[in-house]
Design a protein around this ligand. Structure first.
Ligand SMILES: [Zn+2]
Length: 397
């Protein structure tokens, strides 16, 4: 990876809470991990690490075990999260299907329930609450810390409400109020692309040589398209009264006077490059004939894998449109690393090449250092929602 793309803040000049947050993120992503490894990855003194972790070891949030470190013969003291009595619930409200799941600070997903998303918000939230109650019953004797909810639209600045989800046609929905338990459990509502970006950031921290999130743009392509932004080690949601709207690139116009969109405009990017748009491309933009069903994205991918020409053409076309939009996003944001998330990832082998070719045609193609990679599909589902809950908890430590 190009080193110039890495964001390396000067930790020494930052507040303890900010420093602590990055440190805790690293421990969570790479646990178990030694103090010297944390110090090396974050470019800070070992004494700063000790100063930050000691109170958390004392209070029982972190534990220290003397074990053989990976690839080393001598035994080292490894830090990890100790608390498995606390758990988190995640809810991903998808356009077609939703998931409710639970996780611990050690990272394993302990439960997951999937269900078809009802079209009315009240019904969807009532069913969500029933499933949350079910998970609470299953986890009796443990402490539910925070509920994270990812939504396919804009969340308000307080991250309690959904402002607008065009693909569900839901507006001003008080999500936190509907799913909290006796108003005693904190609920955090987050845009699903931002949630997926948080999930991918943890994987990047785990796999990178340093302990920091890189700057990156996450493009989530499923029923619609959304963009999550990680800038300067933190997710970016916008500012002022339009906080929560950053990343709504799915509705940037890519074809003037093009296909009608759920948002009311025409020619939006998501009508051409979302996984869902593959069906109409495949059918040649005509409605399905009598007795013919709209092909699902995964069906088109399966057919492409056995050599079906129309399916391959469809995925290549999606790759082309996706690349055109990504070049626009890179130009606008000035971050050159892009991660693709969502159902679209299943067709990556057919999409990657035309996508890169489209970026190369743009002005971005004239410079080096950009990259587009496929992320983990789970990040755009339950993984992202759980990440929202745990991230919020880390901020409170
Ligand atoms: Zn639109």
């Amino acid at each position: 990876m190009n080193n110039s793309l890495l964001y390396r803040p000067q930790l020494a000049g930052q507040s303890v809470s900010r420093k602590g947050n990055q440190l805790l993120r690293l421990i969570r992503a790479a646990q178990p991990i030694t103090r010297s490894e944390i110090a090396r990855r974050l470019s800070i003194d070992k004494s700063t690490v000790t100063e930050n972790v000691s109170p958390l070891v004392k209070s029982g949030v972190l534990r220290q075990d003397t074990v053989a470190a990976r690839g080393e013969h001598r035994r080292s003291r490894m830090l990890s999260f100790a608390d498995d009595k606390t758990y988190f619930i995640g809810v991903n409200l998808g356009v077609r299907t939703s998931q409710v799941g639970a996780t611990t600070l050690r990272g394993e997903v302990t439960d997951e329930i999937d269900f078809a998303t009802p079209s009315r918000a009240e019904d969807a939230l009532r069913q969500t609450k029933q499933r949350i109650d079910e998970l609470v019953r299953r986890n009796e004797g443990r402490r539910l810390s925070i509920i994270g909810v990812s939504v396919p639209g804009m969340a308000d600045a307080q991250r309690q409400k959904l402002i607008f989800a065009p693909n569900l046609n839901w507006r001003d929905v008080d999500i936190a109020g509907a799913v909290t338990i006796d108003n005693a459990v904190r609920v955090v509502v987050e845009n699903d692309s931002t949630a997926a970006a948080m999930y991918e950031a943890r994987l990047k921290i785990r796999d990178s040589d340093d302990g920091l999130m890189t700057n990156f743009i996450l493009v989530r392509s499923g029923t619609g398209i959304g963009v999550g932004l990680v800038i300067g080690s933190e997710v970016y949601r916008g500012s002022g009264s339009i906080r929560g709207i950053a990343g709504e690139f799915g509705h940037m116009t890519i074809v003037a006077g093009g296909k009608g969109c759920v948002c009311g405009n025409r020619g939006c990017w998501e009508q051409y490059a979302s996984a869902a748009s593959a069906a109409s491309l495949y059918l040649g933009d005509r409605p399905p004939a009598r007795g013919e069903s709209k092909p699902r994205f995964v069906e088109i991918v399966s057919k492409a894998k056995v050599g079906d020409v129309r399916s391959r053409w469809t995925l290549e076309k999606i790759g082309d449109y996706l690349g055109i939009g990504i070049a626009n996003v890179i130009m606008g944001i000035g971050i050159s690393r892009v991660i693709i998330s969502g159902r679209l990832v299943y067709g990556w082998e057919f999409i990657e090449e035309p996508l890169n070719a489209a970026i190369k045609r743009s002005i971005i193609g004239k410079i080096d250092g950009w990259s587009v990679e496929a992320g983990e599909p789970v990040g755009s589902a339950i993984g992202g929602a759980l990440e929202v809950a745990v991230e919020e908890y880390l901020r409170t430590l």
